[in-house]
Design a protein around this ligand. Structure first.
Ligand code: SF4
Ligand code: SF4
Length: 361
């Protein structure tokens, strides 16, 4: 089905009438981030992004498209797995006993507009991690159950993207509620769930024409031509075979252990748990905060830091992401979004790192 661009505001209005806060891309701090919007004028219309290892910029293209860019530093991750979140608090009562209170789970309905295929692939991995193991995360679960995803197929992959090579993009296969393809004069629109069908039923739609479908296929074909790819080898086994490679040290000479790559990565889920007591000693709050395997404290246990050096931390990150992740979740932890390449301050390229190690003779 097809809808005219001027129906986009109607879609927002319908979602808001159903009680959803609409989270969508917008330009802020010279990048594209997700935040709440009420009007389409807040969307990044006529904007392209330019991404290279260690560099990101935006430019105006004087066009009318709203989604003519690849991605920004955020994916869906911060909306469901908050960077910092209080889980419970404790109070010392007058009788000296301590009582605990859990933080209420969020019931807020969120509609995220503009999620990309790689973001949805990452979300599916987080669903495996947070919802399908022995201990379900109730905070993630509550947000997930209240989430509606209006995905947009990618038309403009960045130089750093390689989702075609991981099999996760550039078009959304499943996992959205609604999927849009932005054409020159409107959108192809399809529902992937019953929830999505309900939203579509309130819009004025037209049958898509053969010409519009052909335009969509051309977009898909162009967006699949990406500059980067992963080696076509058994990366999982080769990385494990090369644990003693000198290349880990070569990369570590450049790597700052800053953890930017793990913060922007839509699949990284490591966190720390921190207790913040009040100065009067009568109460305390317990927080969960994103952590990074590049931090010294991340591998601190029983008086020693196990991965005491950047080469060991980089090796941990890469071998977990591309090897042991497959044992845990049945697939690699990389969805090819390229964010870790763009946002690495010293331009380390994960596709090059993997190739240097697995293609070594
Ligand atoms: S490892 Fe890099 S390219 Fe892969 S999903 Fe994470 S941020 Fe994206
Ligand atoms: S690879 Fe880059 S982003 Fe990641 S820790 Fe090293 S310097 Fe920071």
């Amino acid at each position: 089905m097809f809808f005219q661009t001027d129906q986009l505001q109607h879609l927002l209005d319908n979602l808001q009438a159903k009680g959803y806060a609409c989270i969508a891309p917008q330009v802020r701090h010279e990048t594209i981030i997700y935040d709440e919007i009420t009007s389409v004028v807040q969307l990044p219309q006529g904007i392209n992004d330019q991404q290279q290892p260690g560099s990101y910029s935006l430019s105006a293209n004087n066009g009318s498209k709203y989604f003519d860019w690849a991605n920004g530093p955020q994916a869906i991750k911060p909306l469901l797995f908050a960077p910092t979140e209080m889980l419970w608090s404790s109070t010392r009562n007058a009788d000296g006993n301590i009582s605990f209170s859990a933080v209420e789970k969020s019931e807020k309905k969120l509609a995220i507009i503009g999620a990309r295929a790689c973001d949805i692939a990452a979300l599916k991995i987080h669903d495996l991690h947070f919802l399908q193991q022995q201990f379900v995360d109730p905070y993630y679960q509550a947000r997930r159950e209240n989430l509606l995803i209006i995905a947009v197929n990618c038309s403009h992959p960045a130089d750093t993207c390689f989702c075609y090579s991981t099999g996760d993009g550039p078009f959304v296969k499943d996992g959205g509620d609604i999927v849009l393809t932005e054409l020159q004069h409107g959108f192809l629109i399809a529902a992937q769930t019953e929830q999505g069908e309900n939203v579509l039923s309130k819009l004025v739609l037209q049958e898509s024409t053969a010409e519009q479908c052909a335009e969509s296929e051309r977009i898909k074909s162009n967006a699949s031509k990406q500059n980067r790819q992963l080696p076509k080898l058994d990366v999982k086994s080769r990385l494990f075979d090369e644990l003693d490679s000198e290349t880990w040290h070569t990369i570590a000479e450049k790597c700052l252990s800053c953890g930017n790559c793990t913060s922007v990565c839509p699949t990284c889920f490591c966190h720390s748990e921190n207790e913040v007591p009040e100065l009067d000693g009568k109460s305390s709050s317990h927080y969960r905060e994103w952590d990074s395997c590049f931090g010294q404290g991340h591998s601190y246990i029983h008086g020693i830091t196990i991965r005491n050096g950047t080469s060991l931390r980089y090796r941990q990150w890469l071998t977990h992401k591309f090897s042991s992740w497959i044992d845990q979740y049945g697939r690699s932890g990389c969805v090819g979004c390229g964010r870790c390449i763009t946002w690495c301050p010293v331009a380390i390229d994960v596709t090059e790192s993997v190739a240097q190690i697995v293609e070594a003779p």
